[in-house]
Design a protein around this ligand. Sequence first.
Ligand code: BTN
Length: 307
Amino acid sequence: MNLRQQIYTILRESEDIVSGEAIRKELGVSRVAVWKHIQAMIKSGIDIKSSTKGYQLKSREDTLFPHEFGIRNDRIHFREELSSTMDTAKELVRKGYEKNRIIIALKQNCGRGRLQREWISGTGGLYVSLVVNPAIPPQEANMVNLLAATEMASTLRTMFALDARVKWPNDILIDGKKICGILSQMEIEGNQLDYLILGIGLNVNNRAEQSVPTATSISALLNRTVSRKDILTGFLDRFEPALEHFDPVTVINEWRKINCTIGKQVEIVTSNERQAGKAVDIDEQGGLVLQQENGQHITVLYGDCFH
Ligand code: BTN
């Protein structure tokens, strides 16, 4: 545990105000160091009340320090602020951290969405990238995105009884509003997938709906703050074993059960074309099968989907 996490643990273990002096003594550091770390925690969104008597943790629900993740601790790279967890994930891979890394940020100042869009990443949201190495051919990589979306939607359904639905390819909507987006980048070596970086942005305690009217967040839906750590743990508990025993048929079946795209009239937009039709199914590689007006079926592999 680093110093900041140790200070946080002391505050967490006390219901009352803890003086700067008591923290300083317990950890054998200067009061200025304690003060600096507390200010940084407050800035990153942790609810600490600071007064002349000392410091008190007001809400103990929503932190994301690596040591709170138990056995996953060693695989977690935690930053308070960075440009994008996707860039940090790439950097880590370049440095040789290739296997099952989890990169978490409290804020991103250059968060990216699909099709070169911005992903607004203020305090309270969950911003995470996973570096994964499934032993699958590159053409099945899309299925890993579908798996991630399905498992995240199922996590929200189980934990909060929310009617989370997957929209092709891997958005999650609740009541027609977007709550989660997934971005992926892959690296291929020969005819095998070398690694895949999955970036997940989930609106949790950030009021995304205030800046994007078509979005929603868990706190807006439930009217309370929820624990991002519990959500991420719940998701990883489902996603990691499912990826280890990756089975495309199961992925498709599970995706179908909670999707909100099939049966709808849709338009798929990429940077250079548009396809319209009725969504009738997904194929074995996760492509969306559309029935066009003339009755013909076509399959689209990527793009933005408008219902
Ligand atoms: C989308 O457009 O729907 C995908 C959004 C993905 C956002 C996440 S937040 C964590 C990771 N880092 C990024 O810069 N983007 C992804």
